[in-house]
Design a protein around this ligand. Structure first.
Ligand code: ATP
Ligand code: MG
Length: 429
């Protein structure tokens, strides 16, 4: 039993193999059937000749339907006409699960494909996206492990807003209310006092009301927090970790990347350090390009596209004005209008994939900012405790895993970077 990718290869020519998979397409004429089979690794043409297989197997090969599952046994042979140049000449074709007429045919609307997402995720493109995501995440996981970070498991049900209280999902929690986590940051900040350097991969939930191609209501958030880390060191962690992710996917997934016209060799050219551009400089650059904006305006998708469209390597925008960012960031002593923070923007016009900062350690400043925002202080008592018992300088960041997948695969919409997207209009299937 071998994977389809391994079966149809030079080294298997003349050998007998057994593969398991699903019918991708099928064509028969007279005494011969050409069944293209797929598994998670690729596709292969299986030639089934009447007389070369038991009679019932020949019936199965000619009368099955797309997405039927089958076990095939046969000999691998070179054949220029087959996709990939090799085929399997069957000695057995055993139908396991005969499929009803498959509801997805060649040209389908986006809406229908979303309604049939549980079936559409079998498509070659969706399969490749999932393998690319898997590989990117392994690159990050390996990097964290090699650099002595501890993977931790923060809660998903929380009592406070980490980011923006207007995008909180509220849930009934026994006889009170609670929220779905928007970020694990506060919990990771607590955990650095036991583990020094921590990271977590968790779902984050944000009730994003505006429909953009880069926001989901539920996304997988890769977050890191480390004691003693300055904001500059925080950026070094980001550029090293992102590089490790990109190099890992370049090594592991050249075929999948090729489906999205992404050159693995170009990914290998991305190495630290990434450029660092202060917010003020980004503003001047944009003004020079004719953007009508001034200090204090946020950088949205359009501005980030302008900043990154001619770049091939990610860049940091650093030191944003305080009014644009959450209360927990550390004031920048060199320009107190700003924080010691950074957004990491992916190149080619893509934009933000990471937000990070050094964290404020002065409880007086935190209290002042919370009061300004009218936040109920009692919710934050435990967070303030972290600064009362052996406070240390510390920094961290959050990477949107679907953002980096969307960029690498050049997808039009972030919903294709997750198998079951959750958006304003969709929670089914
Ligand atoms: P944006 O300005 O794009 O909404 P943000 O400033 O709200 O992002 P952070 O709170 O810093 O983002 O979250 C960290 C990272 O999580 C972002 O850099 C992004 O990659 C990702 N992210 C944030 N919101 C979403 C979302 N709704 N869907 C998918 N990924 C997201
Ligand atoms: Mg946001």
């Amino acid at each position: 039993m071998v994977s389809i990718k391994n079966a149809v290869s030079e080294k298997m020519v003349g050998k007998t193999v057994q593969v398991r998979g699903w019918v991708y397409r099928t064509r028969s004429s007279g005494g011969i059937a050409f069944v293209v089979m797929r598994d998670s690794t690729g596709i292969a043409q299986v030639t089934v000749k009447k007389g070369s297989v038991p009679d019932e197997d020949f019936v199965s090969a000619t009368d099955n339907g797309i997405e039927s599952s089958a076990i095939v046994e046969g000999t691998v042979a070179e054949d220029k006409r087959a996709p990939g140049g090799y085929e399997i000449r069957a000695s057995r074709f055993i139908l396991v699960g005969k499929a009803e007429p498959f509801p997805i045919t060649e040209y389908q609307s986006t809406e229908l494909l979303l309604d049939l997402r549980h079936l559409w995720i079998r498509s070659r493109e969706q399969t490749a996206i999932m393998r690319i995501k898997d590989s990117l995440l392994r690159g990050a996981r390996n990097w964290f492990h090699e650099n002595d970070y501890t993977e931790v498991t923060p809660p998903i049900i929380t009592g406070v807003a980490a980011e923006d209280s207007t995008s909180l999902f509220q849930i009934k929690y026994f006889d009170r209310i609670a929220f779905l986590s928007q970020s694990a940051q506060f919990y990771l900040e607590s955990l650095i006092f036991s583990c020094d350097k921590v990271w977590a991969l968790t779902p984050s939930f944000r009730a994003e009301k505006s429909r953009t191609p880069r926001h989901l209501a539920e996304f997988w958030h890769l977050e890191m927090e480390a004691a003693w880390l300055t904001n500059e060191e925080n950026m070094q962690v980001q550029e090293q970790m992102v590089t490790a992710m990109l190099h890992n996917v370049a090594d592991e997934c050249p075929d999948e990347l090729a489906m999205f016209k992404r050159d693995p060799a170009a990914l290998k050219k991305i190495v630290p350090p990434f450029d660092r551009m202060p917010y003020g400089e980004a503003m001047q650059y944009l003004q020079g390009k004719g953007f009508d904006m001034s200090w204090g305006d946020d950088l949205g998708a359009v501005e980030e596209r302008e900043l990154t469209k001619d770049r091939t390597i990610p860049m940091f925008v650093v030191n944003y004005p305080k009014e644009l960012k959450p209360f927990y960031m550390k004031e920048n002593p060199d320009d107190p209008r700003t924080y010691k923070n950074s957004d990491l923007l992916a190149p080619e016009g893509f934009g933000e994939i990471i937000g990070g900062s050094e964290r404020e350690t002065d409880n007086e400043l935190i209290l002042e900012r919370l009061r300004e925002k009218g936040e109920p202080l009692e919710n934050y008592s435990w967070y303030l405790d972290l600064r009362r018992y052996g406070s240390v300088p510390h920094s961290g960041f959050g990477l949107g895993t679907e953002r980096i997948v969307t960029w690498i695969c050049g997808l039009d919409h972030i919903r294709d970077a997750i198998p079951f997207p959750r958006t304003v209009s969709r929670v089914f299937p």
